[in-house]
Write a protein that binds this ligand. Structure first.
Ligand code: G6P
Length: 368
């Protein structure tokens, strides 16, 4: 990897556009294409005999972990406890039963994540880490290292590391499913096929949606507050979307589980707070659409991020609908991360902020 911007205005733009390549590279480390199977050595993490997995991370890596939780629980029927590392390290979670711990970190140096790891190590838990920097402290102190092969990430707001983290967590949840007998070889091979084909879609998707998002961002830049909604794995993506937007454009944004709309944020909805709904046509789609109608009924403007099936079935006019191809549910969050990143990026560029070095933020937080 040559660490320069190439033809891009910012590292963040370059890193968004690199995702086809780095996700494909990362997946090739975990997938046996010929066999249609996940191939990875889980070392001391004996998934077959675990009662519980504890996960922890910070920032964007935490949201990757949250999506991982949905996958481990769905495909491997393995209960996952997850918390941001700054809470995990002090809440003295009782580490009882057959447990393992998993930490996710781009840098491998985040102080709170490392402290959480050491808490688990002091309690003799087997430790796995999804890290981008192989020589990092978190990698060194883990029993099993699952590298993301994203290459150096320079933009403070994480993009390609996130989609690579998701790719590794997808593979890990699938192998856990196989080892626990909850994922059939047929389902595994369908998922492998879907993952293998995914990176090829990325460049196409970016080419198709980027001009529309650029236009949309000029409108978004007028607002002071934005709400992101999603259900299932789209919920962590909503959190990630809000994080990205606030970090680099300084527009106040919140991510919410769509089902929680009624329990608070609905009070804020009017024409001054656009709502970005992330809703591919999955098993939560209908429910999310009814939340979308509740937003519309209160004069809220909607930006819908969905797939082709969802765009057809959506019951309402929107301010904009960003349409992606229909993909398997294990690929959906990885693919839907692209518009989420591009919305934040173009809004920030339009507002003229320092996209790669947003104020007050650091790439790696090595102090508490
Ligand atoms: C900082 C960065 C984020 C990153 C988080 C966790 O806040 O600005 O982009 O997600 O730290 O970092 P890590 O290196 O542990 O993934």
């Amino acid at each position: 990897y040559v660490v320069d911007k190439g033809n891009h205005r910012h590292f963040m733009e370059k890193e968004i556009h690199e995702q086809a390549e780095v996700v494909s590279h990362t997946l090739s480390n975990y997938i046996d294409f010929a066999e249609g199977k996940v191939r990875l050595d889980t070392g001391q993490l004996d998934f077959a005999n675990l009662d519980r997995l504890a996960m922890s991370a910070c920032g964007t890596a935490y949201y990757a972990g949250l999506i991982g939780k949905y996958w481990f629980e769905r495909f491997a029927r393995l209960p996952v406890e997850i918390d941001v590392a700054s809470e995990f390290r002090y809440r003295e979670m009782p580490l009882t039963g057959r447990m393992a711990a998993m930490f996710i970190s781009q840098s491998g140096e985040t102080a709170d994540t490392l402290a959480s790891l050491r808490y688990c190590r002091d309690h003799s838990l087997p430790i796995g880490a999804v890290v981008n920097v192989r020589e990092s402290t978190i990698a060194r102190e883990s029993d099993a290292v699952f590298p993301t092969l994203a290459g150096p990430e320079i933009g403070v707001a994480s993009t390609k590391a996130f989609t690579c983290q998701l790719s590794v967590l997808a593979a890990l949840s699938m192998i856990a499913g196989r080892e626990r007998g909850t994922l059939s070889p047929e389902d595994e091979s369908v998922m492998v096929q879907a993952l293998v084909e995914a990176p090829r879609l990325f460049n196409e998707v970016i080419r198709d949606i980027e001009p529309q998002i650029e236009t949309l961002s000029r409108e978004l830049a007028r607002f002071k507050d934005v709400l992101y909604l999603g259900r299932g794995t789209n919920f962590p993506l909503a959190l990630e979307g809000a994080l990205k937007l606030k970090e680099i454009s300084y527009i106040h944004a919140e991510g919410y589980a769509a089902g929680e709309l009624k329990h608070g944020p609905i009070a804020l909805i009017d024409e001054n707070m656009p709502v970005i709904v992330i809703a591919p046509h999955d098993r939560h789609f209908e429910k999310t659409m009814s939340n979308m109608q509740e937003v519309a009924a209160r004069g809220g403007q909607i930006i819908l991020i969905t797939d082709e099936k969802g765009a057809e079935a959506a019951p309402l006019e929107t301010m904009a609908t960003i349409t992606l191809p229909v993909v398997h549910e294990i690929v959906a969050p990885i693919l839907h991360a692209l518009p989420v990143q591009l919305v934040a990026y173009h809004t920030a560029v339009f507002m003229g902020t320092d996209v790669d070095q947003p104020r007050n933020l650091a790439k790696s937080v090595t102090v508490e």
